[in-house]
Design a protein around this ligand. Structure first.
Ligand code: FAD
Length: 461
């Protein structure tokens, strides 16, 4: 890597080499994981480059290619797995200035990749429209970072996650070559770059579907029993008469211990459902809750509670649950798992017996091929890395769940659990020198890799 030569050809492009800034911009929310915190704490880039346009992104990538400088793209830096952390130094490419909505049509919006998601939604709502899906970090995350590093979020109960082809229309990216190309991916080609941690090009613009906007109201329902709360959640998720944008459940004592501003509403020892409900369907929801033994509405953002100016309920849900809990108890961490709904009740009971409060369950409800399905983001009381690995092994071998390990920095070991051949093939075309976010795609250096329980690819001690 020849950084001096790289900088010399980028006259006019903003850069920041102050060590404190470079270090801060080399970090994301990797510290959610005690494992990644230990492994990644020392990693930092050499400088931050702040392009303002697609043309500047292309200049940066051409210069990086010429001088063998690794480039790690950064949006809002809210990723949880160290995705945006440079493992081989080089450039942190800060995309926050490549921002702004470029077009709003009847059924779509196009925005530059560095646009904050909340800004897109706000502008759309002023025109009677809304996006389908956003992470609970919508206030600080970029749309490019969400597509490159996220997976799902608010809206999933209606539209499924980002992998649902209905949720992304087009992704435009710039390649890392001597003469960078600008490529528009549509349809079946989108997964080549979506959820690829920016290893095969820099997204500069995305096109998303939009729908007529709904007036959503935050509602909290409490239920005597957690397994029962999840049955209520599934039945509400399947009810065409109650339009939902979010459907989450929390095992006690999560809400009463960690949702400090909502604690008074959550009650003691009660399971909680957090919902975003269409205002027009509130009477239907109330009727359903009244008919469900042991359930009661504990909070409605349209009622007397509205004046208390509580944070949006989605800031208790998705991966905000972990953040709320860690603020109160830093010894906590989390897992992510698929949880078959057919055996949900028995599995909840069995995990309670086996793990007690070492595992506190939290579900987000999404749609897989149209079917309302739980995704589990449990809080885990962390004692040691060995015990964490053991918990994962027990869960995967003794219970009908699949763990997506959030304590791994690579694409394959974390979310995917396999090599994505199309992403690898695309990377060979778009990043022939392997300079984009190096270290995040195992297949680049080991195409035949297969996952093994407890094995850690980059950091096997
Ligand atoms: C409190 C909290 C709650 C969260 N809730 C959710 C949630 O509800 N749903 C969810 O899916 N995730 C969630 N996350 C994870 C994270 O917020 C999302 O992945 C988020 O959308 C990432 O956006 P970002 O702009 O911060 O991306 P960053 O963290 O900056 O980057 C994420 C990845 O994308 C790459 N990247 C960024 N921009 C580009 C680009 N323009 N081109 C190519 N690659 C790029 C980066 O290199 C990195 O690998 C949460 C995280 C936290 C801390």
């Amino acid at each position: 890597m020849n950084l001096d030569a790289f900088k010399a050809v980028l006259d006019g492009v903003a850069m920041d080499e102050r060590p404190a800034v470079v270090r801060q911009k080399s970090r994301d929310f990797y510290w959610y994981s005690p494992v990644l915190k230990r492994q990644l704490d020392g990693f930092t880039g050499d400088l931050v480059v702040l392009p303002t346009s697609e043309a500047e992104v292309a200049r940066v990538l051409a210069a990086a290619f010429a001088h063998d400088v690794p480039v790690t793209v950064r949006g809002g830096g809210t990723g949880n797995y160290g995705q945006a952390m440079p493992l081989q130094g080089g450039v942190v490419l800060d995309m926050l200035q490549v921002a702004g909505i470029t077009e709003i049509g009847e059924t779509h919006v196009t925005a530059r990749a560095g646009t904050l998601i909340e800004g897109i939604e706000r502008t759309l709502r002023s025109q009677g429209k809304e996006i389908r899906l956003f992470p609970s970090t919508t206030a600080t995350a970029t749309i490019g970072g969400f597509i490159a590093g996220g997976s799902s979020g608010v809206g999933a109960i209606r539209w499924g996650g980002l992998r649902n082809p209905a949720n992304i229309r087009r992704v435009r990216l710039v390649t890392m070559e001597a003469k960078p190309r600008v490529i528009d991916l549509t349809g079946d080609d989108i997964p080549k770059a979506a959820h690829a941690y920016g290893v095969n090009g820099v997204m500069t613009e995305v096109e998303l579907p939009v729908d007529p906007c709904t007036d959503w109201v935050d509602v909290m329902v409490t239920v005597d029993d957690f397994a029962d709360a999840n049955l209520l959640a599934i039945s509400l998720g399947e009810d065409d008469g109650v339009l939902l944008r979010m459907l989450s459940t929390f095992q006690p004592p999560i809400p009463e211990l960690y949702f400090q501003r909502y604690r008074a509403h959550a009650g003691t020892g009660r399971a909680v459902l957090a919902l975003m409900v269409a205002r027009a369907d509130l009477p239907a929801l109330e009727a359903r809750v009244a008919d469900w033994p042991g359930a009661e509405t504990a909070f409605r953002a349209d009622g007397a509670d509205a004046v208390t100016r509580l944070p949006a309920l989605y800031e208790m849900a998705w991966n905000h649950t972990t953040l709320r809990a860690m603020k109160v108890d830093p010894s906590l961490t989390y897992l992510q798992m698929m949880f078959p709904r057919e055996t949900m009740t028995e599995t909840i009971a069995a995990l309670g017996v086996r793990f007690g409060d070492e595992l506190m369950l939290h579900f987000e409800f999404t749609r897989f091929s149209g079917v309302v399905s739980p995704v589990c983001l449990p809080l885990v009381r962390f004692t040691s890395e060995d015990r964490l690995e053991e918990i994962i092994r027990i869960l995967e071998t003794e219970y009908p769940v699949t763990v997506f390990n959030p304590h791994r920095v690579t694409l394959e070991e974390g979310g995917m659990k396999r090599t994505d051949i199309s992403q690898l093939a695309f990377k060979r075309q778009t990043d022939p020198k392997g300079l984009m976010n190096p270290g995040k795609m195992i297949a680049w250096t080991e195409p035949d890799w297969t996952p093994a329980n407890g094995r850690n690819f980059l950091f096997s001690e």
